[in-house]
Ligand binder design. Structure first.
Ligand SMILES: [Zn+2]
Length: 80
């Protein structure tokens, strides 16, 4: 299984929360799950954690797209 959750570290409260890789991309805005601060995820952010989150999300999306949907369905049918 591919984990499609990406860890995001809030620059204000430094707490880590996660969001789906399909949603996390350059310019994505999300509220911190802990302090509700609105975060904007920019590729050129000075925060290395935000840059890493965007990179991880991109790699996760590529991994998910590498597995055709039909193949996944075939596998689940066979295992039942
Ligand atoms: Zn926060």
């Amino acid at each position: 299984m591919i984990d499609d959750r990406v860890k995001i570290r809030c620059p204000k409260c430094t707490r880590i929360f996660s969001d789906r890789a399909q949603r996390v991309r350059d310019g994505y805005q999300v509220n911190c799950a802990n302090c509700s601060r609105l975060l904007t995820l920019n590729r050129d952010s000075e925060d290395p954690f935000i840059r890493r989150a965007l990179k991880t999300a991109r790699e996760t999306r590529a991994a998910l797209e590498a597995v055709p949907v039909t193949t996944r369905m075939d596998m689940s049918v066979r295992s039942q």
